[in-house]
Design a protein around this ligand. Structure first.
Ligand code: HEC
Length: 203
């Protein structure tokens, strides 16, 4: 048999083994997202991700210099779009972040901080298949700039101050019911209305 033929057979055998391991994994552990992903799975998935991000993007350096304006804009953007999973402080300790499979990582920890600017940019723009991480990129110069601002913020997540976190809280999305209750409370405090009834807790 030709060398190419032998390699094709080896390739099919390798794919067969991997598919069997994956099928056995699902058969043994089921498809629930409740269990923490096994360490080996996390390590392999992150290693594969590192290899699959195009090298040219991974090497890219952040073209923006951090200024108070870019960081303020990034904090507002993060609080509005990212905090539901990642938390304002980036630690992933939210109802959604804790229960996704894989979990939203603690982005203040070295595993995230050691990713290059270009890798962070690529992940934000393109998302990560088979995880809760959406693709946010719109491939326009304005959108690229917003993503680079978010990369700046990720570098500073470990050093966010209480005042910055409080300001971010004001940008977190709230439900219509919560908004109405806040408005009612404002009217009540201004002496215009009866005290608001508490809203039902919701998921
Ligand atoms: C619906 C939930 C969700 C939202 C919203 C979300 N992410 Fe993620 N993100 C995830 C999950 C889950 C992962 C982990 C993926 C993995 O393990 O490969 C992740 C991973 C990442 C990573 C890679 C970190 C690492 O160490 O692996 C970056 C960077 C990131 N997110 C940035 C953002 C930014 C910026 C936003 C907002 C524009 C955002 N994410 C919004 C769920 C989310």
């Amino acid at each position: 048999m030709s060398t190419v033929g032998k390699w094709i057979i080896r390739l099919f055998a390798a794919v067969g083994v991997l598919a069997t391991v994956a099928a056995l994994g699902f058969a043994l552990t089921g498809i629930s997202a409740r269990e923490d992903p096994p360490r080996a799975e996390v390590v392999m998935a992150r290693a594969a991700r590192g290899l699959l991000i195009p090298a040219s993007t991974a090497r890219a350096r952040n073209p923006l210099l951090p200024t108070p304006e870019t960081l303020r804009s990034a904090r507002a953007h993060w609080a509005d779009h990212c905090a539901s999973c990642h938390g304002n402080d980036g630690k992933g300790d939210t109802k959604m972040g804790r229960n996704l499979y894989p979990r939203a990582p603690d982005m203040t920890a070295p595993a995230t901080q050691e990713l290059s600017d270009g890798e962070l940019f690529w992940i934000i723009e393109n998302g990560i298949k088979l995880t809760g991480m959406p693709a946010w990129g719109a491939a326009s110069p304005e959108d690229d700039a917003e993503t680079w601002e978010l990369v700046q913020l990720i570098r500073l997540l470990p050093a966010l101050t209480e005042a910055e976190l409080a300001e971010m809280k004001r940008h977190n999305p709230i439900s219509r019911a919560e908004l109405e209750q806040e408005l009612e409370m404002e009217r009540f405090l201004a002496g215009e209305d009866a005290p608001p009834a508490p809203t039902e807790p919701h998921h």
